[in-house]
Design a protein around this ligand. Structure first.
Ligand SMILES: Nc1ncnc2c1ncn2[C@@H]1O[C@H](COP(=O)(O)OP(=O)(O)OP(=O)(O)O)[C@@H](O)[C@H]1O
Length: 335
């Protein structure tokens, strides 16, 4: 529990700061020299090219010629429930304390990557958001965050009183059970259930999930299409062949994302809006705007009107805003 989210005195406010956003595919690092300076030295390192987080971190510091951070905060695509981390969608496994020592850090804070991203939402410039559909944010209302990348990240912010303070959510909403909205989705989910047992939202709403969804549609139709093995290939084929199974997979992906985002909005009472992050949706560009996303977001029976009033935005920031959120987390006590 959070006892307080008031800004802490030093040493938590120490600089320079080393910031990280560690996903299942990419580790993004940045550096913040002082409270008044923007994050600089941003570099993306493919996780697969480094045997451990320590190796990736040291490679970053070497490449950028940086040393001696006063503290560090890394968002990571994982629950952070104690000292031991075993990444859900990558093989890195480590002790936070051993990592702190190996990197020579006076303080290392690890938090969920979408909790970090949620902390950055109130400061996101409007020009880095693209609204999908209608709706207007209610002031001082909860906001939701969902993002498909290697996995499916979910978080949000709950308003604390009326002083513009927010409580970020550290949950694992990507692993909720995925529900079907029509017979075709039901058939795909049933196909995946036979394979995985539990079909979480992430089993479909992620990069690997898009490939599995495409393969499920192939199996349920003509059995052709196994040569496609990456989400980028599914997207390319969908773009080239609008009647293809790849295009159907992408439509279904967007519709299911809308449905899960609508569930999140209902659960949180997120009348402040739903933000869409992660690496997949921004790559869809305007195709996402034309997709069934928004219709499925609103399609919740008697709550259609409630959802129609809630805005949905795609985050289109050039630099991962989770780095800013990680920096903000360092200013909060109890982290
Ligand atoms: N050109 C592309 N088109 C579609 N998908 C792509 C493309 N390039 C990469 N991807 C997919 O995007 C996903 C990575 O997204 P992102 O960069 O958000 O990941 P991440 O931050 O490392 O992951 P996460 O935080 O979800 O664990 C991977 O599944 C990858 O295959």
């Amino acid at each position: 529990m959070f006892e307080s989210i008031a800004p802490a005195a030093t040493p938590h406010a120490a600089y320079p700061r080393w910031l990280g956003d560690i996903g299942g595919t990419n580790a993004r690092f940045g550096w913040q020299e002082s409270a008044t300076r923007p994050i600089s030295h941003v570099q993306v390192l493919p996780c697969a090219e480094h045997p451990s987080l320590v190796d990736a971190g040291l490679a970053y510091l070497r490449a950028q010629g940086l040393s001696g951070p006063a503290c560090a905060a890394f968002g990571i695509a994982n629950p952070v429930t104690g000292d031991q981390i075993a990444m859900t969608n990558h093989h890195w496994k480590f002790s936070i304390e051993a990592t702190r020592v190996a990197l020579g850090l006076p303080r290392l804070l690890l938090l969920n990557d979408f909790t970090a991203l949620a902390l950055a939402l109130p400061d996101l410039p409007r020009e880095q958001l693209r609204q999908i559909g209608p709706g207007e944010a209610a002031p001082q209302a909860a906001v939701g965050l969902i993002g498909a990348g290697t996995g499916l990240g979910v978080s949000g912010l709950l308003p604390l009183g009326h002083q513009g303070k927010w409580l970020p959510i550290a949950g694992e909403g990507g692993h909720v059970t995925l529900g079907a909205g029509n017979a075709q989705e039901y058939a795909v989910i049933e196909h995946l259930r036979v394979r995985y047992g539990h079909v979480s939202a992430e089993r479909v709403l992620s990069g690997p999930g898009l490939v599995d969804l495409y393969h499920a549609l192939c199996e349920l139709q003509d059995g052709q299409g196994r040569e496609i093995t990456t989400p980028a290939e599914v997207m390319e084929r969908a773009e080239a062949l609008p009647q293809s199974k790849a295009a159907q997979a992408l439509e279904m992906f967007c519709g299911l994302l809308g449905s899960v985002a609508g569930d999140l909005a209902l659960t949180l009472g997120a009348r402040g809006g739903i933000y869409i992050g992660g690496g997949i949706v921004p790559r869809l560009g305007e195709r996402f705007d034309r997709s069934p996303f928004r219709q499925r977001f609103e399609s919740k029976g008697r709550f259609r009107g409630y959802l129609a009033a809630i805005p949905t935005w795609v985050i289109q920031s050039p630099v991962s805003p989770a780095l800013q959120g990680a920096s903000k987390a360092l200013n909060l006590t109890q982290w």
